[in-house]
Design a binder for this molecule. Sequence first.
Ligand SMILES: Nc1ncnc2c1ncn2[C@@H]1O[C@H](COP(=O)(O)OP(=O)(O)OP(=O)(O)O)[C@@H](O)[C@H]1O
Length: 350
Amino acid sequence: MFQIRGVTRTFPSRPEPVQALRGIDLDVVDGGLTAILGASGCGKTTLLRILAGFDRPDAGEVRLGERVVASPGVFVKPEKRSVGIVAQEGALFPHLSVAANIAYGLPGNAWSAAERRSRTERVEAMLRLVGLPGYGDRRPAQLSGGQQQRVALARALAPAPSVVLLDEPFSALDAALRVELREEVRDLLRSIETTAVLVTHDQNEALSLADHVALMRDGLVVQSGTPQQVYDHPADPEAAAFLGDSVQVPCSVLLDDDAGHDGMLVVDSPLGSLRVPAASVHDGTLVLRPEQLEIAETGVPATVFATRFFGHDGLVQLRLDDGTPLRLRVAGTDLPALDASVLVRTVTGR
Ligand SMILES: Nc1ncnc2c1ncn2[C@@H]1O[C@H](COP(=O)(O)OP(=O)(O)OP(=O)(O)O)[C@@H](O)[C@H]1O
């Protein structure tokens, strides 16, 4: 849907220019939800603004479908791109009713009875789609935060755009509502098969909602793939730590002939000799997830130095005899005692 190649953007700020985008390459998959994930300041919003047509790249090219919408010689205005936008806090017009907000981007003139009727029908269909039938006459101020975001989504979807861009649309909501609304929105977007790009700094949101995740850092896409691919095979230790809890242990490669061509290595580590995916080894560091470790009857001796209870599960922090720190997860009811001596091993098959 979107094809982004070599996009750069530098802001001429003082005392120094800010290089917000330093050569973005990304394909946004048609019909799916792509999350652009990254820490604050990495350039996510700048990229989204360029996709929307609110800003222009200094270099590079953006295609939407077959059409070039931004390149050194071309710039297609936002209203000509067929792109819907949902901002962080809805940005509804406070003086307009919910129905008028949704109708705002719809074509047609108000003097033709037939067009008025078709606009009204479209607004009602959108209100039903987002679960707010009968709310058309209210003002935005009479709605909850979650309802306002649904109206913002209805407004973005009303003109049937080719792509909808969502800029941290759930960040202003409280935790429980955020989870509920984001799942609702994902199901809704899937049901109407709309291509969507979601900007977020929340890795849980990106991993649980998106079909495709693009991880950004310092103005670059450092990795993209399905949530499972980026979580299981992070591009580097920093990506691993950003995408979830990670355990990093020193290692040296014992066998790297890749005789089976299966992308596996044998490494020596404080956890013993392990056969691991080559993608989990970065410059002498083996990156594991806590759920790849377990307390067992056999394994390497370790001492528990901290535990945290989360209800559904618990986190155990341990130290091996050589001082290497580890973290692993257990069922909430199985938390070991502080200072307990245990044996730890890697879980095969993950
Ligand atoms: N109009 C501007 N003028 C100058 N610098 C800007 C401008 N817009 C963004 N920047 C800078 O560009 C960098 C990227 O900003 P951007 O808003 O794209 O990041 P972000 O990843 O969306 O961050 P956040 O999650 O905090 O919104 C930041 O260093 C920011 O300060």
